[in-house]
Design a protein around this ligand. Sequence first.
Ligand SMILES: *Cc1c(COP(=O)(O)O)cnc(C)c1O
Length: 397
Amino acid sequence: MPAPLMDTYSPPDLDFVRGDGVWMITDSGERYLDFIAGIAVNALGHNHPALVGALKAQADKLWHTSNMFRVPGQLELAKKYTEHTFADRVFFTNSGTEAIECAIKTARHYFFAKGEPHRYRIITFTGAFHGRSYGAINAGGNPKYLEGFGPQMEGFDQIAFGDHDALHAAVTEETAAILVEPVQGEGGVRAVPDHCLRGLRELCDEKGLLLIYDEVQCGAGRTGKLFAHEWAERAQPDIMAVAKGVGGGFPMGACLTTDAAGEHMKMGTHGSTFGGNPLAMAVGNAVFDELTRPGFLDHVVDVAGFLKQQLHGLADTYPDVVEEVRGRGLLIGLKLKEAVVARDFVASVRDRGLLIGAAGDNVARMAPPLTITEAEARIALDKLDGALKAASQSLKG
Ligand SMILES: *Cc1c(COP(=O)(O)O)cnc(C)c1O
């Protein structure tokens, strides 16, 4: 990044100026097929008429009041979320990391209010990603994101993803909650099996812990259910952080809780100036209405099934490049062989006009708009085939 921007990112030499459905268009008119959607954010693609209409209509009325005043759109959207999920209470935020902050505070405050303030520790998993605030980098526990930012924050116990014995051993008298992404995004697109989510729920019930899901990336219809954990029976959380797709491109998130988990978050315990502002709520309501439209999630399941089947075919064709096809629904990872660098592969795919992302564990990550058609998926598969062929040929030298 050229100064005066901080060097925190290294974007390619492209300037996107317009979006159209699943396409992004540069200043010179080149069209790219968007298979990353602002990292699972543009769930309905770009320039969706219902979202544009909702935002424009609200822009003509009232932008911001702060939470000093009631925001009607908050109540409307909170009602929708509570009717369609496990939750009874909602706190609106501007981002995923803020939704996680609210979730952590809510969990700790629950035990404080019950007279058990010594129960504040939260169990997390390797490969987790929960955002970039100080609380969230400590919850995520990734040494790369913690280094250089002072002492590590107390209160998080990270165990190896999938290590059941370590999980049980980690629960102590001080444990308040377990925090997990039902599908890890950043960490390499790894889905937690349904029976493991149920196991976590049972463990939390047995030990009196709160179960917190981070569905910032895997929620909002991404897996073909409104929220990813809904695939698993009897595995509902007490608290859930959402963001990314729920705003469809407008910065917005939320922390959802049951009555029991959220009832102690009283006046003064938490707040946000922008969270749930009228513009965000206008778009958030429009996104929700689209996601819950009859047949919408069925389409996600269908097109995801097609993509997955075709990607398995590509993995079989290029076993020297692809180690595994991972993920759930339209959150898909191609774990690449060690000899192939995910970032280089992403660049090669981009050169062919397809936008995807890299994730941890040497994974090429795909999270297209949920509105993609099978025909658009075929275009993406064709471009992926080209990049895989090139990678395979260069390995053969
Ligand atoms: C992106 C992400 C976050 C952080 O969200 P921001 O909006 O970037 O703050 C938290 N958790 C998960 C699982 C994410 O993918």
